[in-house]
Ligand binder design. Structure first.
Ligand code: ASP
Ligand code: MG
Length: 401
């Protein structure tokens, strides 16, 4: 098999850990696999490098920042290659450029445009273990770029896609994706297999294993992703196409997002174009609106409720100032949490939502907002009930089994 492995910052956090990674790479090599290994910088290194740039300037040029930041991943890639050679294996480290990763020109948040795999394939054909510095590429002109924080995952997924690898393994310090946050519900179980879409819903709400951008890319490029720990030999979680998974539980996981705020606009004029005006203004300010609920109009007026990321609260207040004159009131409430039940199995089962509402009612938890999609039911509740709600729902759908 051709496997792309990616090791995150904690997995390559110091020389001993890099040595341990080398051991794991060799184990996979000994099974007869061809390997491309993508590495992050040592944990904390990227922040340290960023700190250096801030010593000289409050606003350093982004192209210079990229030159500095990309160094962190180069260090670990070369160290790993040295360790592998020392163990008697053919290994070579490549910068983003040498690996053929071409990006657009948006420094510090570049997007990968294409990967020229000629050299990579040559090296693989010669039986090299190819170690690629993650998080970076070059523009067409050859300027060094980085892909945004956490971007090494993207390097790995993009390489797996371009090389049509059989598997892309993402090694971190957690065992995989859980049915819910194990710190809240110790009975949470690791999920063996999950679809891209479910993963996107769970991740966007705080299952911090993978960047959403990486999962989206994996979905687009049809890359089978496994996330697992480099500190033990547990199986990890496979993230793949829905059709690849034989048995879908009705509910796969419960997600929690504590970082939302609710906006309630009371007595908006009920006429065509009003939603476009309000949400247009918010989107222009780059505010990501979620869970929009509009009540039935009465006397030419209606109410609009929606959620926004809590960090956008001040920004939102600023934007909505323009509407204050034409509505009765605008209220903001950040003392809320969004709890979501996620599962593709919901598509073919009824009564999933009713059970959730019943369970929360028995706990005396008031549901302030509800929104649903094909594979998700989200509810806004008071923040202080969030953890209780998670535990209740986890047991209602028997996710501990
Ligand atoms: N080293 C980079 C960061 O800390 C990229 C990564 O680790 O994925 O954001
Ligand atoms: Mg990371």
């Amino acid at each position: 098999m051709l496997i792309v492995q990616k090791y995150g910052g904690t997995s390559v956090g110091d020389c001993e850990r890099i040595q341990n990674v080398a051991k794991r790479v060799v184990e996979s090599k000994e099974k007869g696999n061809s390997l491309v290994v993508v590495v992050s910088a040592m944990s904390g290194e990227t922040d340290k490098l960023l700190g250096y740039t801030k010593f000289f300037s409050r606003l350093p040029k982004e192209r210079e920042v990229d030159m500095v930041l990309s160094a962190g991943e180069r260090v670990t890639s070369a160290l790993l290659a040295i360790a592998l050679e020392e163990m008697g294996y053919k290994a070579i480290s490549l910068s983003g450029r040498a690996a053929g990763i071409v990006t657009d020109t948006s420094h510090t948040k570049a997007r990968i445009e294409e990967i020229d795999t000629t050299y990579l394939n040559e090296l693989l054909a010669k039986d090299y273990i190819v170690v690629v510095a993650g998080f970076q590429g070059v523009t067409e002109k050859g300027e060094v770029t980085t892909l945004g924080r956490g971007g090494s995952d993207l390097s790995a997924v993009a390489l797996a896609g371009a090389l049509q690898a059989d598997l892309c393994e993402i090694y971190t310090d957690v065992d995989g994706v859980y049915t819910t946050d194990p710190r809240i519900e110790p009975k949470a179980k690791k999920i063996d297999k999950i679809s891209y879409d479910e993963m996107l819903e769970l991740a966007s709400m705080g299952a911090k294993v993978l960047l959403n951008r990486s999962v989206e890319m994996a979905k687009k490029l049809n890359v089978n992703l496994v996330t697992r720990s480099s500190f033990n030999y547990n199986e990890g979680t496979l993230i793949t196409k829905e059709e690849e998974i034989m048995e879908h539980p009705i509910v796969s996981g419960i997600a929690l997002d504590k970082n939302q705020a609710r906006v309630s606009i009371c007595n908006v004029e009920d006429r065509p174009g009003i939603a476009a005006e309000i949400f247009g203004a918010l989107s222009e300010a780059n505010i990501n609106v979620d869970m929009i609920v509009q009540t039935i109009g009465r006397d030419g007026k209606t109410d609009l409720d929606f959620t926004i990321p809590e960090v956008e609260l001040e920004n939102t207040k600023r934007v909505l100032k323009a509407f204050e004159g034409s509505v009765e009131s605008i209220d903001y409430d950040s003392d809320i949490a969004k709890v979501s039940i996620v599962g593709v199995g919901m598509k073919s089962h009824s009564g999933v939502a009713a059970r959730a509402f019943q369970a929360l009612a028995e706990d005396n938890i008031n549901i302030m907002m509800i929104s649903t999609s094909e594979i998700k039911i989200s509810m806004v509740i008071r923040l202080k009930y969030a953890e209780l709600a998670i535990r209740t729902l986890h047991s209602v759908y028997q996710l501990e089994k």
